[in-house]
Ligand binder design. Structure first.
Ligand SMILES: Cc1ncc(COP(=O)(O)O)c(C=O)c1O
Length: 403
């Protein structure tokens, strides 16, 4: 019998994985009670997804195209790339072709590919002060410099200062930003601010990695041109998008639209033998007939839920806290009364069956910031109202305890 010993994973880990382990903090702690109402998750509402039409499309694919069950092209199923190009052109004044598009396993993969292609450990990059992207970028260990936001978007002086302070020989690599209904802040970057950011990117020769995951889900206000559209030279912007929010996160399909040289650099890291060839065909088949009507319904659903959450916040915390008023997307960013700790708040609301996400989780350095993100995407309006009532009660209790 060969003698076997414990593997001791630690000694097998690559140096990179060891470094990641140190920064990959998981607060863990007490066991999680049953969550009855989730105001934390950015999951789309599964009940609003076009299940029957997707089932029909799936049947059509299985009956007519057995290549759906083979590996696929690394840059994606060509008809789906065409669908993304057509959809984008119809919503913006663009003339992109299928060649401009890479299909990815969700936008998350597209963002990861850009990070692999353009960031070394310690390389300088800019990121919105609070951002969903911290979940991705922490794994790559760049020198990330937060850009504060005001009600118009990223603060230009922060970008200028960050670029001016770079040591000689260092070059800002990219600015990862979420222009529409920012996750978690809920704010949208104005047209003027987009132009200013793009101007800086050109002057200082860095990339803009524009994550537009919620672009289709605008239910109020006016649609604004993307950074990609504003960049007429088509040189400085990578734009990512996703089917997750409109067809289901489990579909795991997204895309990147970028200039050829940038796409080539990203493709150096795409080893997946094709992103979900089967679902790519299902989505392409579905999209030939549907989408716009379905997205219109989704806008209505999320509009109603946003309004339910705003009303519940007004009722529970009016005059005590402040919050953003998103024109689309899934999230409201609540500024807590002074001195209320978001971690303590999270634990106390969880104990009452409601989960929320503390703002610090979206900051690269995870400092306590006095904010929480509330999502209105997953729960129905009545549940949202009930969850926000519990959340508000806990906030008020923590306020009184302080006094
Ligand atoms: C801003 C943003 N970008 C990207 C993603 C991930 O998208 P995907 O499911 O396409 O990987 C999310 C998911 O919550 C998101 O909120």
């Amino acid at each position: 019998m060969p003698h076997t010993s414990a593997l001791d994973i630690e000694t097998l880990l690559s140096a990179d994985a060891r470094a990641r382990r140190k920064t990959d903090t998981d607060e863990g702690g007490a066991s999680t009670p049953d969550i009855r109402i989730s105001l934390s998750s950015g999951q789309p509402d599964p009940h609003s997804m076009p299940v029957e039409d997707l089932a029909t499309a799936m049947q059509t694919v299985l009956e007519n195209d057995r290549s759906a069950l083979l590996y696929g092209a690394r840059d994606g199923y060509a008809p789906l790339r065409q669908v993304v190009a057509d959809k984008t052109n119809s919503m913006e004044t663009l003339r992109i072709t299928a060649d401009d598009v890479i299909i990815t396993t969700g936008a998350a993969q597209a963002i990861g590919l850009a990070a692999q292609a353009f960031l070394d450990r310690g390389a300088p990059m800019l990121i919105d002060e609070a951002s969903w992207g911290t979940l991705v970028f922490r794994a790559f260990g760049p020198h990330s410099i937060p850009v504060r936001w005001d009600e118009d978007g990223p603060i230009i002086a922060d970008i200028e200062r960050a670029v001016d302070r770079l040591p000689d020989g260092e070059r800002m690599r990219l600015f990862y930003t979420i222009p529409n209904f920012q996750n978690p802040m809920g704010t949208t970057t104005t047209l003027e601010r987009r132009r200013q950011v793009l101007d800086l990117a050109r002057r200082h020769r860095f990339l803009i990695l524009e994550d537009d995951a919620y672009f289709e889900l605008r239910f109020a206000g006016e649609s604004l041109p993307s950074y990609y559209e504003l960049d007429k030279a088509r040189s400085h912007v990578i734009r990512t998008g996703t089917f997750s929010k409109i067809l289901g996160a489990g579909v795991r399909l997204g895309w990147a639209i970028a200039p050829a040289e940038i796409r080539e650099a990203m493709m150096l890291y795409k080893f997946d033998l094709g992103s979900n060839p089967f679902m790519s065909r299902v989505v392409a088949t579905y999209m030939q007939e549907h989408l716009e009507g379905h997205v219109e319904e989704l806008r209505e659903v999320y509009h109603g839920r946003r309004d339910a959450m705003l009303a519940a916040l007004e009722e529970g915390l009016g005059g005590i806290a402040t919050w953003s008023r998103p024109e689309g997307g899934f999230f409201i960013w609540v500024k807590l009364p002074d001195g209320v700790d978001s971690g303590e708040l999270e634990r106390a609301t969880m104990a009452r069956g409601v989960d929320i996400w503390p703002g610090k989780a979206f900051r690269m350095d995870e400092h306590e910031d006095g904010y929480v993100r509330l999502a209105y995407s997953l729960e129905k309006s009545e549940q949202i109202a009930a969850g926000v009532a519990i959340f508000s009660e806990v906030v008020r209790e923590l306020c009184y305890q302080r006094e």
